[in-house]
Write a protein that binds this ligand. Structure first.
Ligand code: CMX
Length: 438
């Protein structure tokens, strides 16, 4: 069907040109409460979602129920064996708005441990996939495969009142969160460690047990996982994985369908997959230059080359942030404490020194600063998790905490089906004619 393909290409070129002209000449034209630039440009900044769990400020970064990342590190309960906050505590905070006590997080960890049995058919489904299936595909499919267990779907089929939706949703959410580290570790060990699985250690907290099942019992790595699973958990409601989970949930799809969809959004290279792209980019650069300790000049040259090829610098830029991401800073602080001498960490910091000025020089990048994904890979490599195609799964286990607490809230508040209005090119052109002198 060559004819169809070339016809399509020709049509896109016309519309592309029209949209470019419209953006240039009428981008600021008001349409209802927004402007045309936002209608065409990915809805940037339109306040049209309700989400209680966190709020993102372009300068200050993310605040979870009013707590910045440094404040979380001070305020949330910790394990007796580490300095970093327990993600159980963040989940409690996001769900209730209250900082839990030590015994409350321990109770939550116990509850998750009791709910952690993954159905046998999920393991069989994962095993049926080719080994080289991307781990995010395996993860998303594994989540969807557990939909057979949905309490919400069962209660809905029985005719539950809408006033009670939150209850089975809460049960699904708790069951899902409890099982995610088990599925993720299973995929990791299956793909990269000859399917040699490691049994859970019930005495450990949620993150430390995950680290253990991945195959690393180093206490420093366990603490890293507590930090990692805390800082990636939420970035208010409009980011692609949170928004997708919310949108799918708004149709009264259950938590399994909703999270699986959200993970598919996270798997895009402009979103969560950027964490694997960053380390790939660094490895490719070091490989090409032929050293582990490149000079600033060599690194700058590689960055310019990447941009000249029409590619983005992964780990840099953000749709909302206009400062270095506090999640990047938290990982930098962790590295300054534990990994200062690591060559790869030094390269991450070298990029931090060089990339922002180069991106600024392009004159179009709104935020030249590093985001969360710029740092995580190099830390994981240090602790032996070198298989970077797995990195986004780690992000996903954490992101589930935020998007699933939002799902509980959405059903508790009876938030409606999402249904924004879209318009076509003809509508936009007519609108411009009716509302301007052109
Ligand atoms: N490298 C090169 N160019 C970049 C860039 C980067 N890191 N960041 C933005 N730009 C470019 C955009 O591609 C766009 O170019 P065009 O006008 O030619 O299309 C221009 O600068 C303006 O983009 P923007 O308004 O600054 O950024 P957006 O809100 O459109 O996009 C983001 C935000 C994150 C997709 C973008 O910065 C990017 O592609 N970054 C690299 C990928 C990445 O790190 N993603 C992870 C984000 C965090 C996460 O969700 O995990």
């Amino acid at each position: 069907m060559k004819e169809l393909k070339s016809l399509f290409q020709e049509k896109t070129q016309h519309v592309q040109k029209d949209l470019k002209d419209i953006l240039k000449n009428h981008g600021d034209l008001q349409v209802d409460t927004v402007v045309l630039r936002q209608v065409i440009g990915g809805m940037r900044g339109i306040k049209s979602m309700f989400s209680e769990t966190s709020l993102l400020d372009p300068i200050d970064g993310i605040k979870f129920r009013g707590y910045s990342i440094p404040e979380l590190r001070d305020s949330l309960p910790k394990s007796s064996r580490g300095d970093e906050p327990l993600p159980e505590g963040l989940f409690w905070l996001m769900l209730t708005g209250e900082v839990p006590s030590q015994s409350q997080v321990e109770g939550l960890a116990d509850d998750w441990e009791k709910r952690s049995q993954v159905p046998e058919h999920t393991y069989r489904m994962i095993d049926s996939l080719p080994l080289d299936t991307h781990p995010m595909t395996q993860f998303s499919m594994a989540i969807a495969s557990m939909q057979t267990e949905s309490v919400f779907a069962k209660k809905y089929a029985e005719g539950i009142s809408k006033m009670k939706y939150w209850d089975p949703m809460y049960e699904d959410v708790m069951n899902l969160i409890a099982r995610l580290p088990h599925i993720a570790a299973y995929i990791y060990r299956r793909v990269y460690h000859d399917n040699k699985q490691i049994k859970a250690d019930e005495s450990l907290d949620w993150a430390a047990n995950f680290a253990h099942m991945l195959g690393n019992n180093d206490e420093e790595f366990q603490d890293l996982m507590r930090l990692y699973l805390t800082i990636h958990a939420d970035h208010e409601g409009g980011n692609a994985s949170a928004h997708t989970t919310h949108l799918v949930g708004s149709t009264l799809s259950d938590a399994y369908y909703s999270l699986s969809a959200g993970m598919n959004a996270l798997a895009g290279p402009l979103h969560g997959l950027a964490n694997q792209e960053v380390i790939k980019f660094i490895f490719a650069m070091l490989d090409e230059i032929g050293t582990k300790t490149p000079t600033d000049e060599q690194v700058s040259k590689f960055i310019h080359k990447t941009l000249d090829e029409g590619r983005v610098i992964p780990g840099y830029g953000h749709a909302v942030l206009r400062q270095p991401d506090p999640r990047f800073t938290a990982q930098k602080k962790f590295s300054e404490k534990h990994l200062k001498e690591d060559d790869l960490i030094q390269v991450v910091w070298q990029l931090f020194r060089l990339v922002p000025d180069i991106l600024d020089g392009l004159g179009k990048v709104k935020n030249p600063w590093p985001n969360v994904d710029a740092h995580s890979g190099a830390i994981l490599v240090h602790y032996g998790i070198k298989e970077y195609t797995f990195y986004t799964v780690l992000f996903g286990v954490s992101r589930a905490l935020g998007v699933l607490s939002n799902l509980c809230w959405a059903r508790a508040l009876g938030l409606p089906l999402e249904r924004p209005k879209s318009v076509n090119l003809e509508w936009i052109k007519n609108y411009i004619t009716e509302n301007t002198n052109s």
